[in-house]
Ligand binder design. Sequence first.
Ligand SMILES: Nc1nc2c(c(=O)[nH]1)N[C@H]1C(S)=C(S)[C@@H](COP(=O)(O)OP(=O)(O)OC[C@H]3O[C@@H](n4cnc5c(N)ncnc54)[C@H](O)[C@@H]3O)O[C@H]1N2
Ligand code: MOO
Length: 438
Amino acid sequence: MRRTVAEHQAAVAGLLQAGGGTRRAAEVLALRDAPGRALAEDVKAPVNLPPFDNAQMDGYAVHAADLAGTAPLTVADPIPAGIAPPPLAPGTAAPIMTGAMLPAGAAAVVPIERADPDRFYSDAERADGTATVRLPGGIDAGLFVRRAGSDLAQGGTALRAGALLGAAQLGLLAACGVGEVRVAPRFRVLLLSTGNEVTEPGADLAPGRIYDANTTLLEAALREAGADVTRHRLLGDDPAVLREDLATITAGSTDLVLSTGGISQGAYEVVKQALADSRVEFSSVALQPGGPQAHGTLAGVPFLGFPGNPVSAIVSFEMFLRPALSRVTGVPAPRPVLGAVLAEGVDSPPAKHQVRRGIYREGRVSLVGGPESHLLHALAAANCLVHLPEGVASLPAGSRVEVTLIGPIPVEPLASGAPIAVYRAASGGMDSAERTPT
Ligand SMILES: Nc1nc2c(c(=O)[nH]1)N[C@H]1C(S)=C(S)[C@@H](COP(=O)(O)OP(=O)(O)OC[C@H]3O[C@@H](n4cnc5c(N)ncnc54)[C@H](O)[C@@H]3O)O[C@H]1N2
Ligand code: MOO
């Protein structure tokens, strides 16, 4: 059967959805074990974030009654972070450190650099209670005060079910005091490679044989995408042996069986022959590489057969399985798809969606290697897949194409002295300093 890329994408997503791999019980994990997992339920903030009004700068806490004036204020006891301070009396200013709780009565914090003197008194200097400080008048209420709940109010939704847990999301949960999370179960994949010619990397290579790249390639891709992978022993080219092997698969034992190789037009297509009378369909998708595809079920377990050429296998993963996993389980996050200008002209078979490998940078994409599906070295140098859709026979340099990012975009080191961050304080008036790399 011949089908379009979109038709096969829908078929694979439907297969995983029906497979029920996402309906297993959620797991409860400590935050440190949860990177890369998807939340199984909404998480509400059990506390305000921040939990209390606190100082955004090291400086003086100023009473609401003293914001306007410039008269000297008596210096009160200092307030370090981590204590509950006594109330602040009018006519006094308390040295307060970043993150310390604002005392009752205080309405603003003036950074120490704006105070006169512009340094904190020592305990000895404050001992007789006569130390004073002058602050600039006309201070806005709320200056350098971080209000309780201003980031997230208690009871508010911190993260929704399905959220992918990365560093920022886990950091937020930790800040809220949440120690454990319920996450969706990992998607389990049984991965098998076929072919008499494939040899385990590290072993001696007999004439006519090649090393097994696909198991490592797909296992790494699947793990990176959040799946739990079990490798099946390398299988030869005997359909009877493979059929026997696959007969041991039982419903619920895994969420997906994924094979590579043995599905096209040869005389020894082991997967095709072993599954001839099964619920697996062999089709030709209008995609290059990645044309031959197999999908269906084995004992109710979803099955996908990718072509044996390594680039065909990884393009199949990126085009069909990764988006389906993303849609069905929430993990991994979808790949970014960007518009880019082709650095060179390119030809493509118009009856197929061709996927070339490229290096994307600053809006331009250069192709790496040719269209052939054995070019692993070029794949390893690429950071994107370049899409030349069905109907396109050739594109001149300068044409716009879509690229899917699969690796990091190269960046130049920052020129010395260039600003790396300019932060403007939300409370207005005083800007924090521009930071420059040294
Ligand atoms: N007459 C035709 N021949 C082929 C067609 C076709 O339509 N008509 N399609 C070609 C395309 S496109 C592809 S892709 C391949 C797919 O073939 P199979 O899925 O049956 O895969 P194999 O024949 O087993 O292997 C293809 C290729 O990949 C190498 N291989 C296999 N497994 C591994 C592995 N684990 N690690 C590294 N390399 C592997 C294998 O040695 C072959 O070179 O068929 C074309 N032929
Ligand atoms: O479709 Mo095959 O996957 O081009 O090499």
